[in-house]
Design a protein around this ligand. Structure first.
Ligand SMILES: Cc1cc2nc3c(=O)[nH]c(=O)nc-3n(C[C@H](O)[C@H](O)[C@H](O)COP(=O)(O)OP(=O)(O)OC[C@H]3O[C@@H](n4cnc5c(N)ncnc54)[C@H](O)[C@@H]3O)c2cc1C
Length: 404
């Protein structure tokens, strides 16, 4: 019997634990090391920050889920690796340090925001890297909404995270517009590039921009932030942009503590360097996937850091590692990009498809955005549970009494 230790129960790690638990959990020991008690799908953190997330229906309790799906949840933070003795060093919630032996180790701890060492960003900006940070953001937004008058929110970075957050906050402010005590939020979305969603086709950026502007969001392009202060931020041109609350959503990197951990090779973003099989370039018993891994493709490109890529890598590694446990060779992960969907509020989304040749938008595309989350839910909990959750959510929307 081998022990596979998976670190991080996010988009990649939880899918991997669920699938490996099913395919290998009876013969081998599958352990998921994750500090949180519940799994939240990260692409929905902006909904937690805007107070629109349903935590009753859309979270998974690792402890009970693991018992049903063939893995064990070990609540702890990974801290280090002792590769000579194949031990993972962890810190438990009570502060104690422990060591966990592994035969195979899979690291899927995700990424954090990259503030590019901008002066004052750490001290004065909110980040959406953990559920805790997202919940804290909602506490502050909720207080701001209750404070009346005209208030403003700065969001740095107009990638998917910044755009979705800006739209969600604008929507919440619009919904409260008939309440005379509610603050009116001015959202400033600040981007250094010359268009929003800079990694998407130009047409998608243009359509998303016009939708954001319809919601009253002020989009500032070609604007680089030089410093963040308590009451706003200053651009490299010396312009001060006032705000009551500020978010940093520009760029990602793996956490600094991952840099060369246990002597493993990492790149300038602290991501673990892996082969196309997802095994690290330094140690053939350690794997990495998701946002914390630099995954090369045969054509010289790298797999992008997004949920879809994390999910597909997890599906691949579940099969490949099950084969390895049965004495077979690892297989290379070939990533085929299925396009991108960006939600702009609850009833609208824009997507690219067919290698960016087709751009769709509208409320039906918003359903497609939900489908991506539902597919994750199906992989993690099965078709029956996913279907039940969709029905309960529908019924809840129909029968929930209005509080207005
Ligand atoms: C607001 C927001 C919106 C987004 N929207 C989109 C979108 O529309 N489309 C898209 O494709 N992508 C989107 N993303 C990016 C997407 O969420 C990530 O690419 C994806 O979640 C990466 O999956 P992962 O498994 O690598 O990491 P994560 O899903 O981040 O999971 C990492 C897990 O590791 C755990 N962990 C962290 N540190 C430790 C430690 N020391 N020890 C043990 N466990 C640890 C964390 O608690 C977490 O559960 C969005 C991200 C954000 C923040």
């Amino acid at each position: 019997m081998s022990r596979v230790v998976i670190v991080g129960g996010g988009a990649a790690g939880l899918e991997l634990a669920s699938m490996l638990g099913k395919s290998a959990g009876k013969k081998h020991e599958i352990v998921l090391v994750e500090p949180e008690t519940h799994h939240y799908w990260k692409p929905r953190f902006h909904e937690i920050a805007a107070g629109t997330f349903d935590s009753d229906l859309d979270t998974v309790c690792y402890f009970s889920h693991g018992a049903k799906h063939g893995y064990m949840h070990y609540q702890a933070w990974m801290q280090d690796i002792d590769r000579d003795h194949k031990q993972l060093v962890v810190r438990k919630p009570n502060g104690e340090t422990d060591q966990l032996a592994y035969d195979y180790l899979v690291i899927a701890i995700g990424a954090i925001s990259n503030d590019f060492a901008t002066l004052g960003a750490k001290e004065h900006c909110l980040f959406l890297d953990t559920p805790e940070q997202a919940r804290h953001s909602w506490q502050l937004i909720s207080t701001l909404l209750r404070s009346g008058g005209h208030r403003s929110v700065n969001i740095v970075g107009a990638g998917a995270t910044g755009v979705e957050l800006a739209a969600e906050l604008a929507k919440v402010s619009e919904q409260l517009s008939s309440n005379p005590h509610a603050a009116k939020l001015q959202i400033n979305l600040i981007e250094a590039a010359d268009r929003i969603l800079p990694n998407s086709p130009v047409k998608m950026s243009t359509q998303a921009l016009s939708k954001l502007e319809n919601h009253g969001i002020k989009v500032m392009l070609n604007t680089r932030i030089a410093a963040v202060e308590n009451d706003g931020m200053t651009t490299s041109d010396g312009l001060h942009i006032n705000a009551d609350i500020q978010f940093w959503a520009a760029g990602i990197k793996a956490p600094d503590w991952l840099k060369n951990i246990g002597g493993l090779a990492t790149n300038r973003l602290n991501q673990l360097e892996v082969e196309q099989t997802l095994v690290t370039t330094t140690d053939d018993s350690i794997f990495a996937l998701g946002d914390c891994a630099a995954i090369p493709q045969a054509n010289g490109t790298m797999v992008p850091p997004k949920a879809q890529a994390a999910n597909r890598a997890a599906v691949h590694l579940a099969k490949s590692l099950t084969g390895k446990l049965n004495g077979q060779d690892l297989t290379p992960f070939v990533y085929k990009d299925g396009g991108m969907v960006v939600a702009i509020g609850h009833n609208f989304a824009i997507s690219t498809m067919m290698n960016d040749r087709l751009i769709l938008q509208g409320s039906l595309v918003r359903r497609l955005y939900d489908t991506i989350f539902r597919l994750h839910q199906k992989t993690v909990s099965g078709l029956l549970t996913m279907s039940r959750l969709i029905i309960i959510k529908r019924l809840k929307c129909i029968f929930k009494p209005s509080t207005n």
